[in-house]
Design a protein around this ligand. Structure first.
Ligand code: FEO
Length: 410
């Protein structure tokens, strides 16, 4: 893919990864992009690099614009491997380039690379770099997504390089939001935003809210947000900011995600009357069978729902392994503002539902108890019990959801 001018003399020189389906354990059915940018100012400045496998693509893109040895500055907004995989190659071509990175970023680079011969300038919030007609201002954003992270704002171009934030794992021929929505829907694009946020940024909602407020207080004039993954926001950057603020405030949809696995279809059989009960309370229910669904999709659907019912059979007195895997993953993402319950079948001793409630409590999530359990196979009276459980949980989710005053808008 050729270079693309995103602002006068500022070019996208990144790579589209059509084939990646496993991004450090995150399933990416639509691939991704590694966006990086070359500022062709008096002092040529590269903003971020790409994943190692795409070094040659990036280098070829840079060569379409200039000899890489002319690069004077390299801004490293984030040191994770998908953005610094091309750093050694660029330094080899431009050994005198100055790397601009946060203190934590420098420490991290020293772990990944031999930096003894590199020229590194540590930067912090408010520091600037004048490249000619453009001045870059750095804004530290620790934990978005690693401790080293920062964003770079170019005032004269009204452009924010936001690294991971506001990105999407999606390979596309479109580079901009308006190009994407010319042939696909905004709903599709927004779903990629939610997917990315849920799987990567969910633990950092409080920080995201504080950082967006900080940016707003600075009254930065921004008409383009360029993340390091996915499309660049030029038509409506305000929409992605609004989505992030909404998610960071705990807003979501008044609906339930029923996420389960099953051994002999007994737990699955219980799910049907539960779903009917939820639907009869007028609430939508998204159903996810874990071994049939990528983990990242299950996490996204959980995040898009105010309530979640987790279903698991008991295996050897324990929760079913695929359900345990999901819960370990979810626990690490530290979700908040979700109401939980559980159901499941067992043969003799039981244990899965108890394990689930104990895990919900460790995570600090509110629960509706008791859950519902059935021995071996649900009989007619068990169906009624499951149906009533679904209705009761839906009522509780409605009440809980009403406590969130902001409109749902994700
Ligand atoms: Fe795209 Fe945190 O790296």
């Amino acid at each position: 893919m050729n270079v693309i001018e995103v602002k006068p003399d500022i070019y996208w020189v990144g790579a589209v990864d059509w084939a990646v389906r496993d991004f450090h354990g995150y399933v990416t059915p639509s691939g991704t992009t590694y966006n990086n940018f070359l500022i062709m100012d008096d002092d040529i400045t590269l903003v971020d690099t790409v994943k190692h496998e795409f070094c040659e693509v990036m280098e070829a893109n840079i060569r379409r614009l200039t000899d890489p040895s002319k690069i004077k500055n390299i801004v490293v907004n984030h040191i994770e491997n998908d953005h610094t995989g091309g750093l050694e190659r660029i330094i080899a071509l431009a050994p005198n380039a100055v790397i601009h990175v946060t203190k934590k970023g420098r420490e991290g680079l020293a772990r990944f690379f031999d930096i003894s011969k590199w020229t590194i300038k540590e930067v912090k919030t408010g520091d600037t770099l004048k490249t000619g007609k453009y001045t870059l201002t750095f804004l530290e954003t620790p934990m978005l997504h690693w401790p080293d992270a920062m964003m770079t704002y170019v005032a004269q171009a009204k452009l924010l390089f936001s690294q991971d934030a506001f990105g999407q794992h999606m390979a596309s021929v479109a580079r901009f939001d308006d190009e994407f929505t010319a042939s696909a829907s905004m709903v599709e694009l927004e779903d990629f935003v939610v997917d990315y946020y849920a799987n990567i940024l969910m633990p950092f909602g409080k920080l995201i809210k504080a950082k967006i407020e900080e940016v707003r207080k600075k009254n930065l004039d921004i008409d383009m947000i360029a993340p390091d993954h996915g499309i660049i926001w030029r038509k409506n950057p305000g929409r992605v900011l609004e989505m992030y603020m909404n998610m960071a405030r705990g807003n979501t949809n008044q609906r339930i995600a029923l996420i389960y696995d099953t051994m002999w279809h007994s737990t699955e059989n219980m799910a049907l009357p539960i779903i009917r009960g939820i639907r009869d309370e007028g609430m939508d229910c998204k159903v996810i069978k874990l071994r049939a669904t990528p983990m990242s999709v299950a996490i996204k659907e959980f995040w898009k729902s105010r309530g979640a019912i987790i279903g698991s059979p008991t295996l050897n007195n324990e929760v079913f392994p695929s359900v345990a895997e999901f819960m370990v993953h979810l626990k690490g993402l530290r979700p908040k503002d979700r109401l939980m319950s559980a159901f499941g079948s067992y043969g003799w001793g039981g244990g899965a539902v108890k394990w689930l409630y104990s895990t919900f409590k460790e995570m600090g999530l509110k629960t509706v108890e008791p859950g519902v359990e059935v021995q071996y196979w649900a009989k007619l009276q068990d169906d009624e019990k499951c149906y009533e459980f679904g209705r009761r949980f839906a009522k509780e989710v409605k009440l809980y959801h009403d406590g969130f005053v902001e409109p749902s808008n994700i």
